[in-house]
Write a new protein. Sequence first.
Length: 525
Amino acid sequence: MSTYDARAALGRAAVRLRLVGEPDRRSVRTAAAAAGAVWTVVMLLRLLLGGVVGMGDNGDAVRLLCPLGVVSDHPWNGEPSAHVYPTWVAHDWYGETCGAQGSGEQYYSSQQLVLALAKTLTPLLGLPGALDLRAAGLLLTLAFGAIIALLVVLLPGPLWLRLAVTAGFGLIMCDSAFAGFFISPFSEPGALVGLLLLCPALLLLWRRPDSPVGGIVLTTVAVLFTITAKPQMISLLPVAVVALLWFPSASRKGKRPVPARGSGPRLRLGRWLAVRWPALIACVVLCGVTAGFAATQPKRLNLLVWYDAVFVEMLPNSPDPEGDLRALGADPRLVSATNSRMTDANSAARTPYWSDYQQNVTPAKIVLHFLKNPSRVVNMGARGVQAVSHPTLGHLGSYPPHSGHSAYAKESRITVVTRVFDGFRAVPALIPLLWLGTITLGATLASRTWARRSARAVGRMTVCVVLALLLQFWTVVLTEGASDLYKHMIFTDYLTALCMPLAALCFWLLYRREHAVAPAQAQAG
């Protein structure tokens, strides 16, 4: 068979499978179900085939899991961070032994809902202990597959393009940098799945001239689940509010204009409110729940975060650490606590100047001091970009003990994203260039009047992804800074990875207009 004959045969097969051209609804649904099932199986195989693969515990697990009445089933001389211990057994916690850093303060996370359901599922699956993290991995994997299927339905273009883009999303989540969180005692997997769910939610939100109720509800649920998974994800709130209010959310077709007294700005404001009241309700719910979530977070954790911002990030990288302490209203003799953690022997909290420090130094003062010194902000940004290029957490092992792997060994079954980030490590400037290029392509596509709404929705979603990662990036560097920076940057890493398939999709829709222009008659997608 000649090359021409082979290409012709492939073309005919693509037409029969409806991979090219405008797909009908039945083909879209079939492809979505198949894609969701395939990626669910891929994730399960990469997590469980040949033995469980997950992530060790760096000490944060107790605050998340002790409210469920379980404790890790690892030997007394075992090292939880070096190996994965998926089995947790029943245990009664008392007093300050449960909570944030032994404070007894309750730690809340939406990931606890997943773990509570996994605890119920553990005996049904025949898994050992009161809670097995493999049950949580199964639940997260099913959610991941469902989101992939939803993306196939909501993305524009022919089926081959939808499947190719969702394959990019699938490879990112299945990469060794992120998949290990699915079987781990951390709150990160809830936020990762929530961020992925936000993508189809935004596509659904903007696929009509007025945002459908389903899009508003799904976006609100995705944002709330993501924000309440981990406190640092509160940075997502401004992006969510902008997304919900970007377009009208209530149609006024066939209705009389909204009566409004006065004229000019007051009249325009009345009309603006009249067509956005459903989204405004969602924004009020988001802001209220986020404020309540922030207020219920352990004060001990907040104190540790802002301690690290000064003594682990600011002072070690300062040309004048004593001057920084004076500017913050603290005793300059606290410079002896530079590079210390709050629980260390040389901690500032163990000095006689600590009470004055607590009275005078506030988070607002710390952030304002950084902003008053632009060169410091630039240096922090440079260190943050360098941290983004290290998505692999080498201080947490991937395998259980007795698996034949050494302590802290990292699995490398799927490493497409990891290898790309290795290239970023050699040239860190490529990371901000990727951000800039992605948001430019997204904004360009969103502004194209010739494109159908589903294509422009991709552009708007891409803009929101970049804005979310930028806010998350600066939230991390301006708070905890150098403290466990690689782990805290994992969400920025994930959103940066999503920029690659999104940028490619935006470019293709701009370059090949036939995939973005609305067809003559209504079609699926």
